[in-house]
Design a binder for this molecule. Structure first.
Ligand SMILES: Cc1cc2nc3c(=O)[nH]c(=O)nc-3n(C[C@H](O)[C@H](O)[C@H](O)COP(=O)(O)O)c2cc1C
Length: 323
């Protein structure tokens, strides 16, 4: 039941993927996901230098025989290095799959494919999924409004976004936004997706970088503890609803400009994740927080999801038998 076009395409045991997570998705997490039968993406934008990025990829490789993926965020913000350099590293390091996001991957599809790198483009809407298919991407990941990170402008939930995307494209679709357990995995497969991708749930694992206070906050938070900020500057983000998020919402409601918001939104995540200073910066997190109740190892999380998926399937079969 858990074999799909995605498990075949990415050569993984389970259709469970860890999305790129700026700053915190380091070698330990990516390798742990691979060792547990999934696929994880390291975010290229995290690293101050190309040498640091290359070293982290190699570190992950030393920790697993499974796949080590790379996230290339094409959003035109201030980037530590040019995109071409990240593409070069992906090709030279023989990264099996690149997750692109933020903007159209048009310029990098050809060089990545020429080096045998597969491309999963992550999008916040059906029309962008169509573009990904037209450009020749091997798979598309669609995120719904629940997701941590960047949900897009249209505020369409995962429950609608996934089947609408499945209906619109022929390439395999990966579902993201709000997934945290095996019930969600079965639901995603039922909607026609061929894997789930998670960010928020993987943050609350032993191998993920992060201060214990931040992980504890994730465990104790509910599904209502996120904020959807920065839509007014056309860069919508779902973040933990801390003091900074509340301030940003207030400023946006009062019509603040990008220039006024910049000092408040700058430098996302580091102090929250690393130092546990929970009210110091914006920190990406999705509504799946409401489904997080512990901080397991990645293997415990993935094994549990697979077991839960089997139980959900049995429940569905039993319901069908009664009907
Ligand atoms: C802390 C954090 C950092 C993220 N950084 C990135 C990133 O650098 N690039 C990217 O494409 N997506 C990024 N994302 C989005 C995730 O890869 C993924 O799409 C999202 O978390 C899925 O929704 P979920 O949080 O409901 O599981 C980030 C998400 C979080 C929570």
């Amino acid at each position: 039941m858990l074999r799909t076009r995605i498990t075949k395409l990415f050569n993984i045991k389970y259709p469970i993927i860890c999305g790129g997570m700026y700053w915190i998705g380091r070698a330990e997490l990516i390798a742990a996901v691979a060792n547990a039968g999934g696929l994880g993406f390291m975010a290229a934008a995290t690293f101050d230098s190309l040498d640091d990025l290359r070293a982290e990829i190699r570190k992950a490789r030393d920790m697993t025989d499974g796949p080590v993926g790379l996230n290339i965020n094409l959003f035109p913000a201030i980037r530590p290095q040019p995109i071409e350099a990240w593409v070069e590293i992906a090709c030279e390091e023989k990264i099996p799959v690149v997750e692109t996001s933020g903007r159209s991957p048009e310029a990098i599809v050809e060089p990545l494919h020429a080096a045998g790198v597969k491309i999963m483009h992550k999008v916040p809407g059906v029309k962008y999924a169509r573009t990904a298919e037209r450009l020749g991407c091997d798979a598309v990941c669609v995120v719904g409004h629940e997701c941590g990170g960047h949900p897009g402008m249209d505020e369409v939930s995962t429950l609608v976004m996934v089947p609408a995307t499945v209906d619109a494209v022929g390439i395999p679709v990966v579902a993201a936004g709000g997934f945290a357990d095996g019930r969600g995995l079965v639901a995603a497969l039922a909607l026609g997706a061929e894997a789930v991708l998670m960010g928020t749930r993987f943050m609350a694992t032993q191998e993920c970088r992060g201060h214990p206070a931040w992980k504890e906050w994730l465990v104790n938070a509910s599904e209502t503890d996120t904020a959807y900020v920065m839509k007014t500057i056309k860069n919508p983000s779902r973040v933990a609803k801390n003091a900074v998020a509340v301030k940003v919402l207030e400023m946006e409601a009062q019509g603040a400009t990008l220039e006024e918001l910049l000092p408040v939104i700058a430098g996302q995540g580091g102090a929250v994740f690393d130092d546990g200073e929970l009210d110091s910066q914006l920190a990406s997190a999705g509504q799946a927080m409401g489904l997080i109740h512990d901080v397991p190892t990645v293997k415990e999380l993935i094994d549990r999801m697979v077991e839960e998926a089997a139980r959900s399937r049995d429940r569905l079969n039993a319901a069908a038998a009664v009907a």
